[in-house]
Design a protein around this ligand. Structure first.
Ligand SMILES: [Zn+2]
Length: 309
């Protein structure tokens, strides 16, 4: 993790590069208040509060916006709201009711086997409008694909894009609608086209480092997307492994049996197996995914315990 104040970023913008369990956070300092984009995973809340306070300096934090409501992007919302009682929290449209009634199924925390502490919302980030964050007005663009409700934020004067999980320097986030039996590879492609049209000079991704080489990032993302579209089972298997790796990042180490039971409760695993791997028995399939993680070096095994690596 590092603080990076990129030379090409608009004035007052600080990127808190986190890791993979927590998304990056962006702190935007204005004249007399600061705003935050995305809040990380809930188990990192204390670290998030400390990093945000350091980046905001003396300014009160008054605005929190989420690019989308995955647990690694809004898990720190509740902690920020209790630290800053005047905070206004804005989310993309589509899940406002699920947040107000706190529906962990619609919010995907149950199907992914993840957790997010309930939080409050005060408004929406409507695509086609702009939102004042720090010193600048940021355009709100719909960016479906990875998540049907995700938005990206674009600041035209500096041509800065906050791309969430729609585009990273090396790839993009799992295409979750595909796991639910839908199809969203076309949406991913359309969102990549949107990003190409915006032509950002600098991209602040949801995970990984700030980058400026848009062409290679788009090219890499498109070739990955084409491979997934040719072989959706490959994407589904990758997605299931990403979910296990995410859990390992949270737990650091866990008995295999505990992880196998967790996969039998998290609905996305059942959906993926039923659609693409129905010929395999549930536990054997889940165990084979964990073997793959060990083979690729993303995990290690010590007897009956799986360890994050
Ligand atoms: Zn996400």
């Amino acid at each position: 993790m590092e603080h990076s104040t990129h030379a090409r970023l608009p004035p007052g913008v600080v990127v808190l590069e986190r890791g993979w369990l927590s998304s990056n956070n962006v702190v935007l300092r204005g004249q007399d208040e600061a705003a935050v984009v995305d809040s990380g995973y809930w188990t990192h809340s204390e670290q998030t509060l400390a990093l945000v306070a350091a980046a905001a300096g003396p300014l009160p934090v008054r605005m929190l916006v989420n690019t989308h409501l995955h647990s690694d992007h809004c898990g720190g919302n509740a902690a920020l709201q209790s630290r800053y009682p005047q905070l206004q929290t804005l989310i993309p449209p589509g899940l406002a009711r699920a947040v107000r009634e706190w529906d962990p199924v619609a919010l995907t925390y149950e199907p992914t086997g993840q957790h997010c502490p309930p939080f409050l919302i005060q408004g929406m980030l409507v695509p086609g409008t702009s939102v004042r964050l720090g010193e600048s007005d940021w355009e709100v663009h719909a960016a479906p694909g990875h998540d049907p409700q995700s938005i990206v934020l674009f600041e035209p004067a500096s041509r800065t894009l906050i791309s969430a999980d729609a585009l990273w320097e090396n790839g993009f986030g799992v295409v979750f609608p595909e796991l639910e039996g839908g199809s969203a590879f076309d949406e991913v492609a359309a969102t990549l086209d949107l990003i190409e049209r915006l032509a950002p000079a600098v991209v602040i991704p949801g995970h990984g480092s700030v980058f400026t080489a848009l062409g290679p990032a788009l090219e890499g993302a498109r070739s990955r997307l084409a491979a997934y579209a040719r072989n959706p089972a490959r994407h589904a298997s990758h997605a299931a492994k990403v979910l296990i790796k995410f859990k390992l990042l949270e737990l650091q180490r866990a008995p295999l049996e505990e992880l196998l039971q967790w996969t039998s409760r998290a609905r996305y695993f059942q959906l993926v197996r039923a659609r693409w791997f129905a010929d395999q028995e549930s536990r054997a399939w889940a165990a084979s995914l964990m073997d793959d993680l060990v083979r690729s070096g993303a995990a290690a095994r010590e007897g009956d315990v799986l360890i994050n690596a």
